[in-house]
Ligand binder design. Structure first.
Ligand code: ATP
Ligand code: MG
Length: 627
């Protein structure tokens, strides 16, 4: 993919030059991908353009009013001097004050109208940018939701968060202020220069001489500011990460009595942030005086050259006043050019990062809901010579695995850590596809099943439990949106966590997570089980889900599952564990070792084989006795 930088490098080898930089952002490829958004909000864009032009007309008016007033007063004074009592009974001071008052009122009126149209400009263009920001955020979030697990392994959470917040924010700086200031600068420039040229070509050329110098100076300062701001941003990120880590690891810090040394480290880090910020202040302090100096220079040239023309009789004094105002009007848009160009460049870089995500598609293709297969209440799962290699690590996690889960039966997977148990769960849920072999549901390939139907049919209790920062009730109802409180209660009862929940003062309304109570590991696992069971799945996958639950409660849960399997349309269960006590009652136990099936059978059969299972059984019995 072409990035902003590479466009610069390919087309303009001397990208450090100002011209190259301007052309660069004219050609910013990545920002062109925003054109459909701009087209959609074209009424706001065109409205904004109209308002900018109207507000600029009122920006120019005061200069002309000043000219007329000055010229009028000058002629009055002149006439009064050469012709005695020309004014009759009205006195000169009266006329002067009337004229001044009238021009003052007109200037005020122009300023008010200019302000009004500036307000409309912001209401259209900035509103447009907010609409685009909203759509872009939704687009990215929706895209994230579609991606497969390999995408989430490839990019860190922080990276995804910064693209959806910071990068979208920077793009908004282009669609909002970026476009607004650019339109304003261009239209004002054209209007002012045309007006100036119509008055006097020579004076126009002289008075705009300092502007290119101003442009260059601002561009230079702006690059230094950008550089320094980047350093500050990096420092802030370091400091934030440091603070966050300190607080999430506060228990370790306290237990190792490291508070003092960490405080020292923090002071050092924040001191270096302060120093960087001071450097930026110095540069900024130079910025405004130099602009003021160059504006002053322009004014000086205008008055000097203009006076010569007045003496020659080609200009009036009013024209000089008018020109001084025009030059001042031009300076601020020119001064903001450097800032706007940096803003647009940054937006281009951010849009490139957003596109990098949007252009990636999930490698898992599910059939359309209309054509995909749906699942009956009970189905047969079959893994047929399945092998999986994780591309990121190259680890061959599963080798030639074949087994079946008949409807209503409990199949257990037992194996050491890293033997491939969770990988099998991911395959059945179709969070990933196998490299070789096939998974069949009711003798049809898994790939033919519709996504919602498939995932709704499976109740999955993952190994690493995550509860949302909501109430316990809401966490359970996550499995079945719109579940009644009776259903939530029944699911909690099934997962043997009901009495724990009712012990909390707020019961099911207890908030869990960072802002609420911290549930114990075993409680979390059982809430997670309740969340899976509430949707009445046809296949229940428990991935090491009862590891933090005591044996008595575990037995209670197993008997609940068994009772469920006595009913009509009983669910199948895939039980994953490394504990014999968990799997011993399963209809069939599959022993995994390094991604391969080493043995399989019932508890009794496996003990008779006196193989891996028997060994593990002996070891775990000794452990239990020691306890
Ligand atoms: N996302 C991943 N990327 C790369 N390799 C992975 C990934 N997930 C698992 N693996 C590797 O695949 C192998 C099987 O992992 P898996 O998680 O299936 O084991 P497990 O039997 O569930 O282990 P445990 O009992 O510890 O949960 C391991 O060697 C692991 O390092
Ligand atoms: Mg696992």
């Amino acid at each position: 993919m072409v990035t902003v930088i590479s466009i610069g490098e390919v087309i303009f080898p001397t990208k450090s030059t100002y011209v190259a930089r301007i052309l660069n952002f004219v050609l910013l490829k990545n920002l062109q991908s925003l054109n459909p958004f701009l087209f959609r909000y074209r009424h706001l864009l065109l409205g904004g353009l109209g308002f900018v032009i109207i507000s600029n007309v009122f920006t120019l008016y005061p200069a002309q009013i000043f000219r007329l007033t000055l010229d009028l007063l000058e002629s009055l004074l002149y006439l009064n001097r050469i012709e005695e009592n020309w004014l009759g009974s009205t006195t000169l001071p009266q006329i002067i004050s009337m004229t001044a008052l009238l021009s003052g009122v007109l200037v005020l009126l122009a300023a008010l109208l200019r302000g009004l149209f500036l307000f409309f400009t912001r209401q259209t263009l900035i509103n447009m940018s907010r609409h685009i920001e909203y759509e872009q955020k939704n687009q990215l979030y929706h895209h994230y939701q579609q991606m497969s697990r390999s995408f989430f392994r490839k990019y860190s959470t922080g990276d995804m968060m910064s693209r959806i917040s910071e990068d979208v924010g920077k793009v908004r700086m282009y669609t909002g202020p970026g476009i607004m200031y650019t339109i304003n600068t261009i239209t004002l420039f054209i209007m002012v220069i045309t007006t100036m040229l119509m008055v006097n070509v020579e004076l126009t050329l002289y008075s705009i001489i300092p502007l290119p110098i101003l442009c260059y100076a601002i561009y230079k300062v702006e690059s230094v500011v950008t550089q320094k701001s980047k350093h500050i941003q990096e420092k802030i990120a370091d400091l934030t990460a440091f603070t966050q880590e300190s607080y999430s690891g506060i228990r370790s810090i306290k237990s190792f009595v490291r508070e003092e040394s960490l405080t020292d480290l923090f002071t050092k880090e924040s001191n270096s942030l302060k120093e960087k910020a001071m450097e930026l202040v110095k540069v900024n302090a130079l910025f405004f005086p130099s602009i003021i100096f160059l504006i002053g220079l322009s004014t000086l040239i205008t008055v000097w050259i203009g006076s010569e023309q007045v003496i020659k009789g080609t200009l009036t004094t009013g024209n000089i006043a008018e020109f001084v105002i025009y030059v001042n009007l031009l300076t601020w848009p020119v001064a903001s050019l450097g800032w706007v160009s940096t803003m647009i460049q940054q937006a281009g870089a951010s849009q490139a990062r957003i596109l990098e995500f949007l252009e990636q598609n999930s490698e898992l293709k599910f059939p359309e809901p209309a054509t995909g297969l749906t699942l009956p209440p009970n189905f047969y799962v079959k893994l047929d010579r399945v092998s999986v290699r994780y591309p990121e690590t190259g680890i061959l996690a599963l080798k030639d695995i074949s087994f079946e889960i008949p409807p209503g039966k409990t199949i257990a997977l037992l194996g050491k850590t890293g033997s491939g148990k969770s990988t099998i769960a991911s395959l059945i849920l179709r969070l990933m596809d196998p490299d070789e072999g096939e998974i069949l549901l009711d003798a049809k390939p898994l790939k033919q099943y519709e996504k919602t139907a498939l995932r709704n049919a499976i109740g999955y209790v993952p190994q690493d439990v995550l509860l949302f920062s909501e109430t316990i009730g809401e966490n359970i109802a996550f499995g079945k949106p719109g579940a009644t409180s009776e259903e939530i209660k029944a699911a909690a009862d099934f997962a043997a966590v009901l009495s724990n929940i009712l012990d909390f003062p707020d019961g099911f309304n207890t908030i869990v997570g960072e802002k609420g109570v911290t549930l114990s590991g075993g409680q979390k696992q059982r809430v997670s089980l309740a969340r899976a069971i509430i949707k009445k799945p046809s296949l229940l996958i428990l991935d090491d889900s009862l590891s933090a639950v005591d044996t008595k409660t575990e037995d209670e849960i197993h008997s609940n599952i068994l009772a469920l399997q006595q009913q009509t349309n009983p669910p199948s269960v895939l039980l994953i564990s490394h504990r014999i006590s968990t799997v011993r009652h399963a209809d069939k136990i599959i022993v995994l070792s390094n991604g391969k099936i080493s043995e399989s059978g019932t508890h009794a059969e496996l003990l008779e084989m006196k193989g891996d299972y028997w060994n593990v059984n002996n070891m775990q019995s000794i452990e239990q006795e020691v306890w």
